[in-house]
Ligand binder design. Structure first.
Ligand code: PLP
Length: 427
């Protein structure tokens, strides 16, 4: 697979190089400049296969002859289901939350962890990541026990849910949990400082595993095919509604479309609505990020947007082809209650936004699928309050909740972090 820096086309890398580097010169994203579509007969054939086997073919097609371990990696990484579940009239939820940390990020993080492990050679890697909750949990779980890779997860002390903390801080081994006395932005700043520290970066083999990594995106392409494969009818009239934060999930869906999967897409946002306003007015005008119920979408400068634009241009599509919508918190609560009342389905805030935006655009002859990006139990207090229910925690998490968290507590100070990392890595 050949990928190019979207800012500097002369920087060309292989898939393995793109995965290890993460990002190119001047923060340019890596992306292919051509996607070879499957024939419609091949797509029909793919839709008959089980998830793992189909995903092996799709990712082999995209990645090409690099990475001989690819098939094994996929079998290992995709070890849970992604069912579509009825949630209204001609509407389904694609439940992407049956992995170990109950969020769709398990797909990308588990694939990335195994790919990095395969391509790192003899080099020891250290993943340093700051999290306000979900990503850190998925990354920690995905890299747990991977040889030659250590993970340091920074999170703001007392500001993530107790369950999220358990998912990060009860693993031990190669996963190092660090609480920072401060807010998420200070954790993020510490990570940025580390990436600017060239000597330290080289010494510990620093890597970010963040959402711009191409491996995470490619893993996510596969479940759009999985969703369509489960439809009994209406397969060529599918509309996907994607709850968007950094627009990684949407980019993955569009890659599936470029591969020949027939579908149109709805961009669903919360009050952080830079993209819907852009599609409406043609002006890119990010506002200050505001906190909402759907906190994984509280992003006003989505870092995968350049990839969406590149893909649209490459395929000769138009931004006008996208349906879009945005909901504030009050509308989100209303949507959650409506879905529950009409279909009995428990949607957490992110999924509910996607469902509501889908309903606004779905035509009579279409079938709608919105992405269920997190398990409702992950947002238990909001879901219980808004729907008046007692959402049960899945079994694997009930067990987690009983374990004791172990983490270091530090001031938001770079030298302190650096000393701690060197000590933890025994360097
Ligand atoms: C990360 C996340 C999103 C947003 O996904 P992007 O790929 O960043 O657009 C939506 N919902 C949940 C629950 C998430 O964790």
């Amino acid at each position: 697979m050949e990928l190019f820096n979207l800012k500097h086309h002369d920087e060309k890398v292989s898939f393995a190089q793109a995965v290890v580097r993460g990002i190119g010169r001047d923060q340019g994203l890596f992306f292919p400049d051509h996607i070879e579509p499957f024939s419609q007969e091949k797509i029909e054939e793919l839709l008959k296969l089980p998830l793992v086997q189909r995903s092996q073919i799709i990712l082999r097609h995209l990645i090409g002859d690099e990475l001989p371990e690819l098939e094994q990696i996929i079998a290992d990484a995709f070890c849970f289901d992604a069912p579509i579940v009825p949630a209204g009239d001609r509407i389904f939820c694609l439940e992407l939350f049956h992995g170990p940390t109950l969020a769709f990020k398990d797909f990308g993080a588990r694939f990335l962890a195994r790919v990095l492990s395969a391509v790192r050679g003899d080099k020891h890697l250290t993943i340093l990541t700051a999290t306000s909750g979900d990503t850190g949990a998925a990354v920690a779980d995905a890299f747990y026990g991977q040889k030659g890779i250590d993970v340091v997860v920074l999170y703001p002390d007392g500001r993530i849910s107790s369950l999220q903390e358990k998912l990060i801080a009860t693993l031990g081994g190669n996963i190092h949990a660090v609480r920072v006395k401060g807010i998420f932005d200070q954790c993020q700043d510490l990570v940025k400082t580390a990436f600017d520290d060239t000597e330290f970066k080289a010494r510990i083999g620093l890597n970010s595993a963040n959402s711009i990594n191409i491996a995470r995106l490619l893993a996510q392409v596969t479940y759009y095919f999985e969703a369509v494969s489960q439809l009994k009818s209406g397969r060529d009239k599918v509309v996907f509604s994607v709850p968007c934060g950094n627009f990684g999930d949407l980019t993955a869906g569009l890659i599936a479309k470029a591969l020949g999967l027939k579908a149109r897409f709805v961009i669903a946002c919360n009050a952080n609505d830079t993209v819907p306003r852009y599609l409406q007015s043609g002006t890119w005008d990010p506002h200050k990020t505001v906190a909402t119920l759907s906190n994984a979408m509280d992003i006003s400068r989505p870092n995968n947007w350049p990839r969406v634009e590149a893909l649209v241009k490459m395929q000769g599509w138009s931004l006008k082809d996208f349906a879009y919508g945005s909901l504030n918190d009050e509308q989100t609560e209303q949507a959650m209650r409506e879905i529950y009342k009409n279909s009995g389905y428990h949607a957490e805030p992110h999924a509910a936004i996607a469902c509501a935006c889908l309903k606004n655009t779905l035509k009579d002859d279409e079938v709608g699928i919105f992405l269920g990006t997190a398990h409702p139990a992950k947002f238990k207090s909001e879901v219980d309050r808004i729907l008046g229910i007692d959402e049960a925690l899945p079994k694997q998490l009930q067990e987690k909740a009983l374990l004791e968290s172990r983490s270091d507590l530090i001031d938001p100070d770079y030298e302190t972090l650096k000393a701690l990392v060197l000590k933890e890595l025994k360097l």
